[in-house]
Design a binder for this molecule. Structure first.
Ligand code: UDP
Length: 511
């Protein structure tokens, strides 16, 4: 209690999105605030909660004030009951039904926020409406920003200067004006909505950006030592405030159980098998290949990956997603018999690499944090998702970059051209997260990039040196006195003053 009798513990509501990729980092952020003495309520739907409830229960048992408040996902005609998480298996034609559900959900969320009267709200960027409820209640809205500062700077540049309009083909390179470094891209690497800002998603993104501008500020998972130049650039160009609080997933998931069970609906048996396998391998000898929670590859692309890995001189772990769920789902909607992709080639491949002890396939969800931490892992093949990027940097692992969708092509530029800790496979085509895309990256190109990072040559040693320095910085920044730590403390102090000011104003008004 403070001297004027106001409870000093801040009360916050966190609103994660209903899709795995965004959900996990907003939940990590919520747990970070609870770890620092904020009273936290996460509002979500039952199926989404199963993905993280074990972590929340453990945090509660550690004495932290954190809980989940469940709201049922609305029944939408045509959307099967229980389907309430957007991921790569969500068929394209049902996305619209999801958005209908989201609109209804919004009203419930708003009412809960009114009833709970938090001191501030932290929300996923995909809930731009929350800026209005924050204004109504006179409380700060903090936006959990997806992606790197660099990706925002690069997107701003393409929007403001439209350099892609002046090239004559999709493959011709152009520079992004106004950035601290010379960055070149092609039109084929830009998202649909940057190329056609008036499409539906482009319109939504405008609302999101507009809400960011009206918010109290944004929370980033980045850290100052990683891309401080772009942090300053972002603040200057957007005129908004931001706090770099990353890397968050490693900050809140420090014990082995938390690491192993992050993002799992059930406790994993997978962990023991894969760790035992890694224990039998030499340090830095294994490549970890994973494309995050939303990837969707055609069978022909998966076959190229399989060959590249089998032909390479290095051992590997490959997290593979089955591509059959969509077909099952379409059948249940009455779409008739839909051809199920033939995964038998991959099953034979798995058998062979198991026998030779060269590779380990994980079907579905991998305990990524514990795997990356293992000393046998030497490099990561990634789609440049911002979580995986930060996790790899934290562990001192260089990356083979293979961007697919969202802002991943910008992240690749940061890794390859600015930080110089990544080697590209030569991915050229931006696609929607729920599409397969037309282009296939060839096994030779995948193999070449892996060899460069795992080969021990001079370039590889330079890259490893740089990523190790960033890893040290990542570990320091979240400790007492580090920059992310200090930023978090400053933000919490500021939010407390805001609350006190509000209460004082109210008391004065009543006198
Ligand atoms: N992840 C995991 N196991 C998997 C796939 C992903 O634990 O099999 C985690 C990973 O550690 C990361 C997040 O899920 O924190 C994926 O985020 P990222 O930004 O890399 O990719 P996205 O899923 O957003 O495309």
């Amino acid at each position: 209690e403070s001297s004027i009798g106001i409870e000093t513990k801040l009360k916050a509501i966190f609103l994660p999105f209903i899709g795995k990729s965004h959900l996990l980092f907003v939940v990590d952020m919520a747990r970070l605030f609870a770890m620092h003495n904020v009273d936290v309520t996460i509002i979500t739907t039952p199926a989404n909660a199963t993905l993280f409830q074990t972590s929340i229960d453990r945090d509660s048992s550690r004495g932290r004030a954190i809980r989940t408040h469940l709201v049922n996902f609305p029944q939408i005609p045509g959307l099967p009951h229980g389907l309430e998480i957007i991921d790569a298996d969500t068929p394209q034609d049902s996305s619209k039904l999801f958005y209908q559900g989201l609109l209804l959900l919004q009203e419930n969320f708003q009412q809960i926020i009114r009833d709970m009267k938090p001191d501030f709200i932290v929300t996923d960027m995909f809930y731009p409406w929350s800026v209005d409820i924050a204004a109504e209640l006179g409380i700060p809205r903090l936006n959990c920003n997806g992606g790197s500062y660099f990706s925002h700077a690069a997107r701003n540049s393409t929007e403001q200067f439209a350099p892609h309009v002046n090239v004559s083909s999709d493959d011709e390179t152009f520079s992004l004006p106004g950035l601290p470094h010379k960055i070149e891209m092609t039109r084929s690497q830009l998202s649909d909505w940057v190329k056609e800002p008036n499409n539906e998603f482009g319109y939504w993104m405008k609302m999101i950006i507009d809400a960011d501008r009206k918010s109290y500020g944004s929370l980033f998972r980045s850290f100052y030592e990683l891309e401080g130049t772009y942090e300053e650039h972002y603040q200057r160009v957007t005129g908004t405030r931001s706090w770099s609080l990353g890397p968050v997933s490693l900050w809140v998931n420090q014990d082995d159980f938390d690491k192993a069970n992050r993002g799992c609906a059930k406790e994993k048996e997978e962990e023991n098998g894969v760790l035992k396998w890694l224990d039998s391998k030499e340090d830095n000898s294994v490549v970890y290949v994973s494309f995050g929670s939303m990837n969707k590859f055609s069978i022909s692309q998966q076959i190229e990956i399989a060959h590249a890995l089998e032909d390479s001189g290095h051992d590997f772990i490959w997290v593979v997603r089955k591509t059959t769920k969509e077909n099952e789902y379409l059948s249940c909607l009455g779409a008739g018999t839909v051809p199920v992709p033939d995964t038998s080639i991959l099953e034979e491949f798995e058998k062979r690499v198991k026998e030779s002890n060269k590779g380990y396939l994980i079907w579905g969800w991998a305990p990524q944090l514990v795997i990356l931490e293992h000393s046998a892992i030497g490099a990561v093949v990634t789609h440049c998702g911002w979580n995986t990027t930060l996790e790899s940097i934290y562990m001192g692992l260089p990356m083979v970059t293979w961007p697919l969708f969202a802002e991943q092509f910008y992240n690749e530029k940061l890794l390859v051209d600015v930080l110089k800790i990544g080697v590209p496979v030569g991915s050229k085509e931006w696609k929607n997260w729920n599409e397969y895309g037309d282009k296939v990256v060839k096994r030779e190109d995948i193999g070449k990039a892996i060899d460069l990072l795992m080969g021990g040559g001079e370039e590889c040693l330079e890259i490893r040196k740089r990523v190790n320095e960033l890893s040290d910085a990542a570990k320091k920044t979240i400790k007492v006195g580090g920059s992310s730590y200090t930023k978090l403390k400053e933000l919490l102090e500021e939010l407390k003053s805001f609350k006190h000011q509000k209460v004082n104003n109210k008391m004065e008004g009543e006198v």
